[in-house]
Design a protein around this ligand. Sequence first.
Ligand SMILES: Nc1nc2c(ncn2[C@@H]2O[C@H](COP(=O)(O)OP(=O)(O)OP(=O)(O)O)[C@@H](O)[C@H]2O)c(=O)[nH]1
Ligand SMILES: [Mg+2]
Length: 226
Amino acid sequence: MNERSVSVGQSILAESASRAEEFRARMTEAGTFVVNLMSSPGSGKTSLLEATAQRLGDTYRLACLVGDIATNRDSDRLRRYMPAVQLTTGGACRLEPPLVEAGFQKLGLDQPADFLFIENVGNLVCPASFDLGEHMRIVVLAVTEGDDKPSKYPKAFRTSTACVLSKIDLLPYVPFQIDSAIADARSIRPDLEFFPLSAISGKGLDFWLNALIHYRNSRILNGCTK
Ligand SMILES: Nc1nc2c(ncn2[C@@H]2O[C@H](COP(=O)(O)OP(=O)(O)OP(=O)(O)O)[C@@H](O)[C@H]2O)c(=O)[nH]1
Ligand SMILES: [Mg+2]
């Protein structure tokens, strides 16, 4: 790679970072707490958002943007519970700020949301490199994926505030040690918080929901920094 191509790449990343910063500032101003969910395909992001919206939707104004390479399947699922816009990337392995801004416009909200959830494209690699203007990044790791994954995909865990350990109803059937997964992830990010839960059985959801509300209150109402 020559010097010129490096500087072009740097300027694109710098522009993306500054757009993300502007979006975050706008959302903070509006009282909207933005959560970016990342995981491998099928770890349970949409199911977690369905379960979350079913429980928070009566008290809070919710909205979501859903990234996928193709199809509107996830936004069709989530629109039953909250305004949802599908962001189809046409092949790109992650969301980027311009697509998030366009999707947010398309939501056409009459009133600002209290929570804006962004479900990233199913992938533990590329999404980790792009700030979307979120206040909080969550990595979801399903117990079916193996407890050795954090160190294999370190950036996703290093850049996240918390980790949802999903599908814990399947723990009796898979060789997944929660303590090992936590130790592995904390070797990368010592302050990572964990939420073991099942979107199907509902176990662990209350702890997750209370934490989400607490994070929003700290950041939006009390103005804590990221
Ligand atoms: N047993 C069990 N299955 C779950 C749980 N959460 C999700 N699933 C199942 O896992 C599969 C994938 O769930 P999704 O919510 O679509 O996963 P996703 O991460 O949104 O998938 P992509 O958007 O394709 O990356 C579905 O068959 C869900 O029913 C859970 O807590 N327990
Ligand atoms: Mg999904």
